[in-house]
Design a binder for this molecule. Structure first.
Ligand SMILES: Cc1ncc(COP(=O)(O)O)c(C=O)c1O
Length: 380
């Protein structure tokens, strides 16, 4: 690998922002109090957690008592789906979701399905998003919960969540969205979306791994997944991960202040990357249309080769494929198949996701390296 790799995998995880690390350090060192302790160190930890709650709430237009800190996107999705599900009456044990959700949502829905819930998985169209009319038809008065992700992690497709939440509300259903990939990348506001529950993952927005949040609209009832102390209103018991929570708070404030710039800067680089690569590789396929895609994400397929092999040869470019390789057999990404992408085209897929530290030089170099990797494979 070259000396400094070109990281194009920001949808997998982001580095911790320097401001975030700096804010966290006191809580990993001298200011180590337990927020439940009634002395100076404890009170300082409580103050820091409360401040972070305000900061996360401000990013999504919520109020601070609507934020529950968790360990990340996976837990937030489970707390939302299983936590709301546990309180649904028998006549409402029907979930409507999409067929391209993150495994955390898939798992939470499957958990309830195994307990007798009906689960309707709405198909996505060629753009990678569900159709609002399909949601309208599927959501009736028997539906207790609707969970549709705001932005798809592999394709960057942005879903019509506000329309879906509107229909859910009209039928008395609770609506949840997994916004792990959207928060910090596009404007996310819980009232404009109209959702009752919204999941956030810290490590997708320059906070550390292992911290996240669930927005719970006031009056929305959920049950905790585990029982213990009264932390996080009893919905997420256990001593708070103070340093990481502080980090998430600062990351939220940073995201809020940088959002407009980040969207423009990163979006331009992403478009430049596509322009450079597609000009050199005839037949390159782009999976998600620009107007319905996260500004940082480029999901594309190289023609006639495996995306996995392109990345193996693209020395110094760190990105991901949605496909899996088991015992030497490549299987295409389910998400692309769900969009109607042909299996052989899906096998050529690569996800390039950009972030704050991506530069024009990196984009140019990546385009060159990816093209060379593709050409060398075609020559074989
Ligand atoms: C859309 C989406 N939801 C949930 C998660 C899970 O988040 P975490 O890794 O914080 O558990 C991810 C992470 O890849 C994601 O992309």
């Amino acid at each position: 690998m070259t000396a400094s790799p070109i990281y194009l995998d920001f949808n997998a995880t982001t580095p911790v922002a320097p401001e975030v690390l700096e804010a966290m350090l006191p809580y990993l060192t001298w200011s180590f109090g337990n927020p439940s302790s009634d002395h100076a160190l404890g009170r300082e930890a409580r103050r820091a957690v409360d401040e972070a709650r305000e900061q996360v709430a401000a990013l999504i237009g919520a109020s601070r008592d609507e934020i529950i800190f968790t360990s990340g996107g996976t837990e937030s999705n489970h707390l939302a789906i299983r936590g709301a599900g546990a309180l649904m009456t028998t006549g409402r044990r029907h979930i409507v979701t999409s067929n391209v959700e993150h495994p955390a949502t898939v798992g939470a829905c499957a958990f309830l399905e195994a307990q007798g819930w009906k689960v309707t998985r709405l198909p996505v169209n060629r753009d990678g998003a569900i159709d609002v009319r399909g949601a309208d038809e599927a959501i009736g008065d028997d539906v207790g919960l609707v969970t549709v992700m705001l932005a798809q992690n592999e394709t960057g497709a942005v879903m019509p969540v506000s329309d879906v939440a509107h229909v859910a509300r009209a039928h008395g259903a609770v609506s949840h969205t997994d916004a792990a990939q959207a928060v910090g990348k596009i404007d996310v506001n819980v009232d404009r979306l109209g959702v009752d529950l919204l999941s956030i993952a810290g490590h997708k927005l320059y906070a550390p791994k292992g911290v996240g949040a669930l927005y719970v609209r006031s009056q929305t009832a959920i049950e905790p997944l585990v029982l213990g102390g009264g932390q996080e209103r009893g919905l997420r018991p256990g001593t708070e991960n103070v340093a990481s929570i502080v980090g998430l708070g600062v990351a939220a404030t940073l995201a809020q202040s940088r959002l407009a710039n980040d969207v423009e800067f990163i979006g331009n680089l992403r478009d430049h990357l596509w322009a450079e690569v597609s000009a050199r590789i005839p037949g390159l396929v782009r999976h998600t249309p620009i107007e319905r895609c996260l500004p940082n994400t480029l999901s594309l397929s190289f023609p006639g080769v495996l995306g996995r092999e392109v990345l193996q040869r693209a020395d110094g470019v760190l990105a991901s494929t949605g496909s899996a390789c088991h015992s030497g057999v490549d299987t295409p990404a389910e998400t692309l198949l769900a969009m109607g992408v042909a299996p052989d085209v899906a096998l050529g897929a690569v996800r390039l996701s950009l972030g704050r530290s991506t530069s024009l030089d990196q984009v140019r170099a990546a385009a060159e390296i990816l093209t060379t990797a593709f050409v060398s494979l075609r020559e074989i």
